[in-house]
Write a protein that binds this ligand. Sequence first.
Ligand code: HEM
Length: 420
Amino acid sequence: MQARLAQAPELALNLFGDESLRDPYGDYKAIRDAGPVVHLRHPDVFAIGRFADVQAALRAPEKLISGKGVGFNDIWNSGGGSNVLQMDGQPHARLRATIMRPLAPAKLREVRLDLKQLIARRIDALIRCNWFNAMTELASFLPVQAVSHLVGLPEAGRERMLTWAATTFNQIGPDVDLDEFGVLAEARSFMSSLSPATVRSGSWTGDLFKAVDSGRLSLAEAMAAISAYVIPSLDTTILSKGHLLYDLAQNPDQWTKLRENPEKIPFAVLEGVRRNAVVRWFSRFAVEDYEVDGALVPKDSRVMLLYGSANRDERRYANPDSFDVDRDARDQLCWGTGTHMCAGMHLARLEMEVMLEALVEADVEVTAGPPTVSLNRGLYGYSELPFRIERRDSVSRARTQDDDKRQSTKMPPVHRADSL
Ligand code: HEM
């Protein structure tokens, strides 16, 4: 096989540098244009950026395995045995089935109305708030208030969950930040302090402990499932909502279309996660020579899969940089595909859909200021997004009275909505 396959070109890009983390799309295009697979030096990986090739790689779990880690440094990658992301074969399938139980669409339908009412009340309060940071005040609301309740963790740990999740994803890169180890140790000690007495009975973690009691699950499996609920479930959905809100505010024609055609909401959600994939990348380890569209990834190499690049591949999507709620983006790869496809994607979709439904029903206009991109090495999203929600009737009144003045007004400082 090796003799017939092309060698991957080498590119001198640093995807983990601040500039690229802030705006990765130029580098992604350079990778796609250079070939189906390129070799990068730091980290020493073969990077795949085109849609069809990322999709195929994710669907080749026997050749490109996860069990040797999906990150870019030895410490991350040695987390193997207890992390569903970094397992293969039967043990992976068994743990995944356990994790998926409360995350199945039928189970989630039971909580849909509650989540919708919660976010609708929050939006109603934010309308009176003028400018606010949409990341902390709106996008985080359901994960922090409701999802952590469903998971069932004690109040004491909840406020730290966002920090633990962000730090874990930040540690995925090639250069480990030793200062952050204290935070990870804190997360580990919190997890190991959990017991049937400290978690909410009837919650996802409560049910896991029940399964341990009845011998259906080992304690190690239960603890692995609990961290699968805590670490990947928060920042991912928060950051995705940030992108969606920004894209809608930046594209008033698309927002109008959505208001007038709420049945397009599920498509808008998929288009949002297509346009900006929050998980930047995971990796795989090639246990045999692997062919990518006529080019070679040699056995024993690490392979970087660029979800965000695949989702902007012009070979797959026309005008991939634009935000278009009429696009059919059902095959987009922000959640991956294949055996490791995101276990929480139905929850993520639900959270985003109820947020958009509540906004549409509130009959509002949305405006955004310039966002600040967080330099997290695993996740692509905003740390701050100035945002404003105004009732449409008050916008049109104000516009007719004082339109020019409004357009030239500088954005006032962002408010916290603690008192709402
Ligand atoms: C928009 C939000 C989300 C995004 C973009 C996202 C992204 C991803 C991606 C790309 C993977 C695939 C990993 C791979 O290919 O190796 C994944 C796996 C996973 N996600 Fe998500 N995720 C999101 C929300 C959630 C939520 C809400 C939960 C939990 C409640 C969750 C739990 C998991 C778990 C447990 C896995 C591992 C599945 C496995 O290895 O079999 N995710 N996610």
